[in-house]
Ligand binder design. Sequence first.
Ligand code: 13P
Length: 283
Amino acid sequence: MLVTGREILEDAHRNNYGVGAFNVNNMEIVQAIIEAAEETNSPVILQASQGGIKYAGIEYIAALGKVAAEKAKVPVALHLDHGTDFNQIMLCIRHGFTSVMIDGSRFELEDNINITKKVVEVAHAVGVSVEAELGKIGGTEDHISVSEAEATFTDPDEAVRFVEETNVDSLAIAVGTAHGVYKGEPKLDFDRIKIIKERVNIPLVLHGSSGVPSEAIKRAVSLGINKINIDTDLRIAFTHAIKEFIKENPDNIDPRKILGPGREAMKEVIKEKMRLFGSAGRA
Ligand code: 13P
């Protein structure tokens, strides 16, 4: 069933578990996520980045997400990942997204508050949930790139002011993760997660969660992370399985035979994540 992001994350926040938000770009990815969610009885968030929307077209992404969610036995939210443009956020709402992210992290605090407030006001008026970002998360997610030097951790005092003034539903915080493939092992600032959670008391979001060791993810969830964004790990599973199939079946030209193993491989990775995050059995 299609629900708002808030509905899913409020339960995760109250009961202290994490929900996976997986990036979608085509039908196979959507199906892998929904099948994994149903098999583990887990709530889930399908999220489309601006790159995903550009690749598939907003009509296709919205239709795929909505059909999948409505058919699913588990709660599913359709979320815009890293929205940076007010008009595009409105377009997503119009196409049926039940949750949107306004990423104003490139702005100074004051301007980030102002743009987030504006999105919250409109989105809440039509029952759509809003995620915002405070601090700067490193790495590259489609068109958004933040170098190591530019990345800055979220300040707890600023987080309190930000949440109070914007009335946002969930907050993405910068605590040491980065989008994309890690060069070394990421070091998370667990104390910062704990302090921010105690002070803002709303669902917190961890971006760049692919490649983060399972123990670190578990600890982050126990301290208050409720939404865990995964893109790169699905790309890796999908591509490796397809390459393997083509290597073993160089003469096969059937796209279904080629993409099918990619879908299966992603599904297995997603199921594992759902168990790790604690969302399995929570639908
Ligand atoms: P990864 O690609 O590192 O999993 O990050 C995904 C993400 O945070 C999407 O917003």
